[in-house]
Design a protein around this ligand. Structure first.
Ligand code: CAO
Length: 434
């Protein structure tokens, strides 16, 4: 007995492959999560075909045309390459001629028509429009998109009269003829205002680039690390005084002396006593490397995103030399000129988020490092003396995150106590510094 699929295979209708579009963001393949159709099914234009997932999103793919499914190219769980065929669709001659008629009406060059049709077999996932606070995909048939493209018309600026705002051919032709009775004017669509004050009516899609791209990748890697968090407060009275006392001297030598060089030095001295905090472990968790050099990474907020260059060999530098190195990497970071050398080989990191604000943080270890410290905002806060009298203190909170596969809570607390000792008694730090 002839099955429906056999009938499809034996008739003379045209079979067209339906391809997976370029989704952007450098995504080369997606996983097929589920099929909504099977071979032999008849489907309409815009019927769901399947759901696919990239590392960024899950997307439902809809049919560009009415037809019969003759082949599924992938099984659930397969990785589908961008540009490869997802299904074959048998298009009945009447559907096809209607489709071609619409397209060829508008373009005498048949080769151009077919490449355009092929393009429209793909979907633009990013083409969305905001209506009443909801983001909707721009819904339009391939031929409507084709007319729009030929007329340089941005479909995302209008909402059509069809179901769910679908833009019909009449909508577009009326608009192009300046009749536009059924089309909603873009001005009437609820607007969103972008950070630069411009009114935006559609989502803006940007590539994740530069420092932000590295941050995205690094943080995913860091997710594999079981984090241990530890926080404590540090009294900054003495350090503030020392900094004030040495500020003019430093300025005369063209050095801007912030709190960071002192904090970096205090950490380096503490790393000497707790070298495991300046270590890294191999992938199969069989070896720990204790690093001789203290290459201390500093999180820097730049116009193009977060970046963490490191100051090399801090164990050999004076506070003054650290200050000079810090100024150098901040300047390189702000002008996007950090070298590969500046950005690699870090062994421990610090993030002074307190410059911006906040008390506590939950910093993320930058693998293969095993510890990072975040510094909160230095604040004048009330504290009690031994007699129970309230008096003001300059307090800062430090939040440590450590790789718990290597560092236990006691080691972290001991390290933190030592950093606290140095910063609360900078004289000791001076004595110990080479
Ligand atoms: N609390 C309060 N004030 C602080 C402070 C703190 N924790 N740290 C610095 N300040 C003050 C400084 O004293 C300075 O004021 P004065 O010149 O009046 O004394 C002012 O803030 C500016 O400091 P600075 O620019 O000299 O800062 P710095 O050297 O201490 O830090 C840097 C430099 C690069 C660490 C910092 O600018 C930065 O980018 N921090 C953000 C880091 C970040 O984004 N972390 C998040 C990572 S996770 O996403």
């Amino acid at each position: 007995m002839q099955t429906r699929l056999d009938q499809i295979r034996h008739n003379s209708n045209k079979i067209e492959p339906f391809k997976l579009t370029d989704i952007g963001e450098g995504i080369a393949e997606v996983e097929v999560i589920q099929w909504f159709v099977k071979e032999g099914d008849s489907i309409d234009e815009f019927d769901q075909i399947c759901e696919v997932q990239s590392d960024k999103a899950t997307v439902e793919i809809k049919s560009p045309k009415k037809g019969n499914v003759t082949k599924l190219y992938y099984k659930v769980g397969d990785m589908a390459k961008v540009g490869s065929s997802l299904i074959d669709l048998e298009i009945s001659e009447s559907n096809e001629s209607e489709f071609n008629h619409k397209s060829s009406d508008l373009n005498p060059s048949s080769s151009k028509v077919s490449s355009s049709v092929q393009l429209e077999n793909n979907f633009n996932f990013q083409n969305q429009i905001l209506v009443n606070g909801k983001f909707l995909k721009v819904l339009a048939t391939p031929s409507v998109r084709y007319i729009a493209r030929k007329n340089n018309f941005d479909l995302s600026k209008i909402v059509g009269s069809g179901k769910d705002g679908r833009i019909t051919k009449a909508d577009l032709l009326n608009l192009l003829d300046q009749k536009s009775p059924s089309v909603i004017n873009p001005e009437k669509i609820e607007n969103v205002r972008s950070s630069n004050g411009k009114v935006e009516t559609v989502d803006r899609v940007e590539k994740i680039k530069g420092y932000n791209r590295s941050m995205a990748k690094k943080m995913v890697e860091s997710l594999s690390v079981p984090h241990f968090g530890y926080c404590d407060e540090i009294n900054m009275n003495s350090l503030i005084k020392l900094r004030n006392d040495t500020k003019t001297y430093a300025k005369d030598k063209n050095i801007k002396l912030s709190f960071m060089p002192f904090i970096i030095k205090a950490c380096s001295l503490s790393l000497k006593k707790y070298p495991i905090i300046n270590s890294s472990i191999n992938h199969d968790l069989t070896e720990i490397t204790y690093h001789v050099n203290h290459n201390i990474g500093i999180a820097i907020d730049t116009p193009t995103g977060l970046v963490v260059p490191n100051i090399k060999n801090v164990q050999n530098l004076t506070i003054f030399e650290i200050a000079s190195e810090l100024i150098k990497i901040i300047s390189l970071a702000q002008s996007n000129k950090l070298s590969h050398q500046d950005l690699t080989g870090g062994t421990f990191s610090l993030s002074n988020i307190g410059v911006i604000g906040g008390t506590y943080a939950k910093p993320v270890v930058i693998v293969p490092e095993v510890c990072i410290g975040a510094i909160g905002k230095i604040q004048k806060l009330p504290r009690y003396d031994e007699k129970g009298n309230v008096y003001p203190e300059n307090i800062v909170q430090f939040s440590w995150s450590a790789d718990h596969r290597v560092i236990d809570g006691a080691t972290m607390a001991n390290f933190s106590n030592l950093v606290k000792l140095y910063l609360e008694n900078p004289g000791i730090m001076v004595i110990e510094t080479k």
